[in-house]
Design a protein around this ligand. Structure first.
Ligand SMILES: *Cc1c(COP(=O)(O)O)cnc(C)c1O
Length: 350
C-alpha cells in the first residue's frame, strides 16, 4: 500500500507553511494595506503592483478542463524544473535518501539531486532506450524515494513502453514521476488519464515546448490533491508571477495556434527524418515522439557538431551521454531552419 505521508520528509510534514497576506484574506476588499505593496501603481508600462495569486486559481481553472483533471490536482511552478526540485526536496532527506534515474535522460534530475545532497541510483535504458524487464525489477526493488521516468525521453525522443511504466507504478514504493515535457508531440495518451488509479503517480508537463513559452517559465505537475497540497506547502509563496499567469491565460485561449504549431513541427520532424538517412555521415535516425531527433553520425559526431557551429547552427552534442556515443540531438525548427540544417549537413565532408 502506498502511503504518501510516510514518504514525505518528517520536517516537511511538521512545518507550518509561510502564510502570505493574500492567503489570510480571501474576501472582497477595496483597501489593501496588508502586504506593503505600492498602491500608487508601477514603474514601466503595465500595472504589476499587487502580489499574484499564490495558487494561480484562474490559470488552473482554464487548464483543468483541457487536461481532464480537477484544479486541486494541478501544481504550477517556475518551469517544470521547479517541480523537479520540489519533488526531490519533498521526499529526500539530504545526505540520507536517494532518487532513481534511467540514463540516458534529462540532466536536471541529477542537478536537483546534487543540489539537495541526495544520492542518485542509476539503472540504464536498453540500447533502443527502453526499460528492460530486469530494470523494472531493479526499480521495484529499490529503496529510492522517487524514480524519474521521462517519456518521451530526452535526449532519445522515444516514448517508454506503457507496460513497463505500469509495472513500476504497481510495484515501486516511492513516487513515480513521469516527465511528459514532450507529450504534446506524441501519439499516446497522457499518464494524467491514470491519476485516479495510481496515488504514487506524478505527471510533469510544461509550457516551454509545444506551447512555445520557454521564456515565460511555467511548468505543470499533476498528481493527487494530497501530493499537490504538499508541493504548495513547500513552494516559494509567489513562485509564478502575475505577468506569467496573465500570459498563460491568454495562451490557453489560443489553443488553435498551439495545435497548428504542433502540426507544423510534426511535419518538420517527418521531413528531416525522411531526408537525414540519405546523408553519408548519418548512421541512425532514432524514432522520435518529440520535437527533436537523436541522430548517430559516423565516423565522428563531434566533427559534425563543430562544422555546424562554424556555420552558425547550434545543435546538442550528446555523444558523452550513456548509450548515446556518436549522437547529436537536433531540435526540429522552422521549415527554413530545417532546410538550412539539412543543407549544411549535405556539405559536411567527413
Ligand atoms: C524541456 C524539458 C523540461 C521543461 O522544463 P521547464 O523548466 O518547464 O522549461 C522538463 N523535462 C524535460 C525532460 C525537458 O526536456
Amino acid at each position: 500500500m502506498f502511503d504518501l505521508d510516510s514518504l514525505v520528509r518528517p520536517n516537511i510534514r511538521a512545518m507550518k507553511p509561510y502564510s502570505s497576506a493574500r492567503d489570510e484574506f480571501q474576501g472582497e476588499a477595496h483597501v489593501m494595506l496588508d502586504a506593503n505593496e505600492n498602491s500608487l501603481g508601477s514603474a514601466g508600462p503595465e500595472r504589476f503592483n499587487r502580489y499574484p495569486d499564490p495558487v494561480q486559481r484562474a490559470v488552473k481553472a482554464g487548464l483543468a478542463p483541457l487536461k481532464g483533471v480537477q484544479p486541486e490536482q494541478i501544481f504550477l511552478g517556475n518551469g517544470s524544473d521547479e517541480a523537479i526540485d520540489l519533488l526531490v526536496r519533498l521526499t529526500c532527506t539530504p545526505g540520507q535518501d536517494s532518487i532513481l534515474i534511467l540514463p540516458p535522460t534529462y540532466g536536471m534530475y541529477e542537478v536537483a539531486a546534487h543540489l539537495n545532497d541526495v544520492r542518485i541510483e542509476r539503472l540504464p535504458l536498453t540500447a533502443d532506450f527502453q526499460v528492460a524487464p530486469e530494470t523494472v525489477a531493479g526499480v521495484v526493488a529499490s529503496e529510492a524515494k522517487l524514480v524519474f521516468l521521462c517519456s518521451p525521453n530526452n535526449p532519445t525522443g522515444n516514448l517508454l513502453h506503457a507496460e513497463a511504466i505500469e509495472q513500476i507504478l504497481r510495484g515501486f514504493r516511492g513516487l513515480v514521476v513521469v516527465d511528459e515535457a514532450y507529450a504534446d508531440f506524441a501519439a499516446a495518451p497522457s499518464w494524467t488519464t491514470r491519476l485516479a488509479e495510481f496515488p504514487n503517480l506524478v505527471v510533469l508537463q510544461t509550457f516551454s515546448k509545444a506551447w512555445g513559452l520557454a521564456g515565460l517559465r511555467l511548468g505543470m505537475a499533476f498528481a493527487s490533491p494530497a501530493l499537490i497540497g504538499y508541493l504548495n506547502k513547500i513552494k516559494p509563496p509567489y513562485n509564478v508571477s502575475e505577468a506569467t499567469q496573465q500570459h498563460a491565460l491568454q495562451a490557453l485561449r489560443d489553443a488553435s495556434r498551439f495545435e497548428a504549431m504542433i502540426q507544423e513541427l510534426l511535419q518538420g520532424r517527418t521531413w528531416l527524418a525522411e531526408r537525414l538517412p540519405a546523408l553519408p555521415s548519418v548512421e541512425t535516425v532514432f524514432p522520435s515522439d518529440a520535437n527533436f531527433l537523436l541522430v548517430r553520425f559516423r565516423p565522428d559526431a563531434t566533427a559534425v557538431y563543430d562544422f555546424l557551429v562554424r556555420r552558425g547552427i547550434i545543435v546538442r552534442n550528446r555523444t558523452t551521454q550513456p548509450g548515446c556515443a556518436g549522437t547529436l540531438r537536433l531540435t526540429v525548427g522552422s521549415p527554413a531552419e530545417n532546410e538550412q540544417l539539412l543543407e549544411a549537413l549535405r556539405e559536411f565532408q567527413g
